[in-house]
Design a protein around this ligand. Sequence first.
Ligand code: GLP
Length: 254
Amino acid sequence: MPPPSSNILWCRDGSEFARAAADHVAALLARKPQAAIALPTGQTPLGLYAELVARAAAQRLAAAQARFFNLDDYLGLSVEHPLSYARFLREHFLTPAGVPEEHIRLLRGDAIGIETECRDYEAAIAAAGGLDLAILGLGTNGHIGFNEPDSDWSAQTHVVCLSPETRATHVAQTQGKFAIPQYGITVGIATIIAAREILLLVAGSTKERALAAFRRGIPDPQWPVTALLTHRNLTVLAAAELQSAAAEGVMAPR
Ligand code: GLP
């Protein structure tokens, strides 16, 4: 396994981070305009989305033919709910970038038959030819999508029980204004690993331990992000402020 630290591109500030991530997406779309891309939610990709929207407005991004999916959402929330990841993605990227509705498939967290929804979602990804790119954020506990520590790495889209750490993080992020659901729905680690290309975005001081675990280079079910270590086409963009804090994985053990 290659040493993971050699694959990390360190970005000095938010605009460099956003530009580098957008360049990555734009390069894929230039190669393959109809690419299937899975999108993350959270604070980390906001700069990327703003940059992609600006490029689309300036006719410098060919996103009209691409197909977009999301990684995860809360279980039980309608797509209009303020906490819904589907709503977030529409507001911050899909609508302002002008992505046609027929090219958007987002998880329905409030689907009546949730098992059917999980299967249909995998079928929709397969019908798009599989994911060309999965763009990932990183949870403070190392989760990717909503695949929490000790997840089954062979799982596809499924329902998950959110960890107390994840829920506490989200309570803080929403200033306690909303009750955070106990469950989520997420593409599985197998779905993510099957993507032809992965772009992992890491920013914020709360990610130090998870990034350190990744940099240790040892697959560890306690740190789901380490499932990415074996992927052949993985790019990691990380905020430079994390470079020394997470050096050589010294902070990783739980
Ligand atoms: C949530 C989402 C993840 C996301 C993570 C990081 O837990 N389920 O998909 O990657 O938050 O969010 P942020 O970028 O806000 O730190």
